[in-house]
Design a protein around this ligand. Structure first.
Ligand code: AMP
Ligand code: MG
Length: 354
């Protein structure tokens, strides 16, 4: 009985303390976890409207998934893939600027990023999780359908070439991150951290005024959640990682992953094990740098190191890179020199390039 009374007293005291304490509304914090787009997402928002912002973020992601998913039968993308053409209604209209952006990234990356790689992704079983190695002749046939320049938009109507389908898996989370910046602005969120699988949005800085710390995973140790090649210190930035280790299967002792080289139809195998693209998050554009980082991370993984660095040198004002190579190096572009803290224990050799 005595124990119950003292427990009750402790509870009252705690409640009393809580109700008396003054919480600075600008320091309020909220977190939501969302399982969407085949990944677990965590969005932590700060500020006086943090709760409203966190729930608006969740709504925003769920609405996007309903539009862009290839596995939800009634999504706009599934309807387009099924019928080859689709007139978009009001909620779906935003697909048009997103498809325009996808086409721009396809052209810029000379086809390394191409949303019409969809039938090839499906043939490998990555869409339905029925993993298998397709035959060479089947891949050959499917590669004829890969041509993003054949996707047409006219007014609100989108059309594909016969037999084509699209897969926005390489760009959807980045686009979602761009949309979250709009949610944060609307709700006057001064700082937030959104982790959408390999897509991170570090909005503002941390509550103590220091940059957000975002780990770059060691692709050679995918199951060890604490294995990093280094940490990025970021304020108002997107950091998007693509890596074969994120989705793969093994057959006859060989590992096959989900990033397809549209030139061959096979998982890209150009000497990189992960690519992280970093760009500013405060431009206000949707689609903007989040979408760009996502498309580029996929494309650069396909390109390989030499082509990736040429690509970066042409656009170094727009983004920076952390490349992890299969031969044990971590290559960091000059713009991140002060923002990347290598993990010297990780066993990698570190290089900065300019
Ligand atoms: P990410 O994790 O952003 O690199 O995206 C990989 C996802 O994008 C895959 O699971 C596929 O759905 C899709 N994809 C695979 N290869 C490509 C490619 N070369 N271009 C565009 N999307 C791709
Ligand atoms: Mg991507």
């Amino acid at each position: 009985m005595k124990r119950i009374i003292s427990a009750a007293a402790a509870l009252v005291l705690t409640l009393g303390l809580t109700s008396c304490a003054r919480v600075d509304p600008d320091k309020a914090q909220e977190s939501v976890q969302v399982i969407a787009m085949d990944t677990a997402m965590v969005i932590s928002t700060y500020g006086r409207h943090s709760t409203r912002a966190a729930y608006a973020s969740e709504d925003c992601i769920r609405a996007l998934e309903a539009l862009l998913s290839r596995t939800k039968e009634d999504s706009a993308v599934s309807c387009l893939n099924g019928a080859g053409t689709l007139e978009l209604g009001e909620p779906g209209e935003e697909l048009i600027p997103l498809l325009d952006a996808a086409e721009r990234y396809r052209a810029e990356t000379e086809g390394a990023f191409d949303i019409t790689v969809a039938p090839v992704v499906s043939a490998w079983g990555f869409t339905a999780e029925t993993f298998q190695v397709p035959g060479g002749a089947e891949l050959e046939k499917l590669l004829d359908l890969v041509d993003g320049s054949a996707v047409r938009t006219e007014g609100r109507t989108v059309s594909l070439a016969p037999g084509q389908s699209i897969d926005l898996g390489g760009i959807a989370k980045g686009y979602a991150a761009d949309k979250l910046t709009a949610v944060f602005r609307e709700n006057e969120v001064p700082r937030a951290l959104a982790t959408l699988g390999g897509n991170v949005l570090a909005w503002g800085d941390r509550p103590d005024g220091t940059p957000w710390r975002v780990g770059v995973k060691d692709p050679a140790r995918p199951d060890d959640q604490s294995a990093f090649v280094g940490v990025l210190e970021l304020t108002n930035a997107f950091a998007v990682t693509s890596g074969g280790y994120q989705r793969c299967f093994e057959e006859n002792g060989k590992l096959y992953h989900h990033i397809i080289d549209p030139a061959t139809g096979y998982p890209a195998d150009n000497g990189l094990t992960s690519v992280t693209v970093v760009a500013a998050a405060n431009t206000g554009e949707v689609p903007g740098n989040g979408t760009m980082c996502d498309a580029y991370s996929t494309a650069i993984f396909v390109m390989g190191e030499a082509e990736a660095l040429d690509f970066w040198r042409d656009r170094r004002a727009d983004f920076d890179l952390v490349l992890v190579t299969a031969d044990g190096r971590v290559v960091v572009t000059a713009g991140l020199a002060g923002a990347f803290a290598p993990d010297e224990e990780s066993g990698y050799a570190f290089e900065t390039v300019s």
